[in-house]
Design a binder for this molecule. Structure first.
Ligand SMILES: Cc1cc2nc3c(=O)[nH]c(=O)nc-3n(C[C@H](O)[C@H](O)[C@H](O)COP(=O)(O)O)c2cc1C
Length: 155
């Protein structure tokens, strides 16, 4: 899957007062009615059990300008993942106010498969910032898709 370019998301929740969050690329829109999406989370990830218990989560679509948040989330030395970026609680869960987009969801279904759980969320709030370029992950690197050269016909 590393050869599949993917948008990078910060999936977050807050349970018992403690914020939890991980970077994820396994996120997809699901249905228009009701508005819903799905995220696939490793059952060993620190986010997994708090999300399952709280049943509310946020999917923050990271833009290029949120690269500092992505780096901070993946820094094992960082004691608090939420000390970088402007975070504000909406429906009790941390939302990155300057993300490209944020979707706050109520967990309506989850399904365990292998190492991961598929969480299905119904949208309860959404925020979008115009003119942001998504942070994209490809071949273990972050790339700027707006900087892609004109198509030459030799893909
Ligand atoms: C670009 C990128 C995409 C990732 N996508 C996912 C994902 O879709 N689902 C997932 O469970 N973990 C994903 N991870 C791994 C998690 O971000 C995290 O590192 C891992 O679950 C361990 O988290 P923890 O230290 O909070 O337990 C991804 C990591 C990176 C760098």
């Amino acid at each position: 899957m590393r050869h599949v370019a993917a948008t990078v998301y910060a999936v977050t929740t807050r349970h018992d007062g403690l914020a939890a969050g991980i970077l994820a690329t396994a996120v997809n829109s699901l249905s228009f009615d009701p508005p819903s999406l799905l995220v696939c989370i490793n059952r060993n990830a620190s986010l997994h059990d708090p999300l399952l218990a709280e049943k509310v989560f946020a999917v923050n679509v990271l833009g290029l300008s949120n690269r500092d948040v992505a780096d901070h989330f993946m820094n094992p030395e960082a004691p608090d993942r939420f000390s970088t970026g402007n975070w504000q609680d909406i429906a009790g869960v941390p939302v990155l106010t300057d993300a490209q987009s944020s979707f706050v969801c109520r967990l309506v279904h989850h399904h365990e498969f292998g190492t991961h759980s598929v969480f299905i969320g119904e949208l309860i709030a959404a925020h979008h910032r115009e003119n942001a370029t998504p942070l994209t992950y490809f071949d273990r690197n972050y790339i700027d898709i707006s900087a892609a050269p004109e198509r030459s016909g030799q893909d």
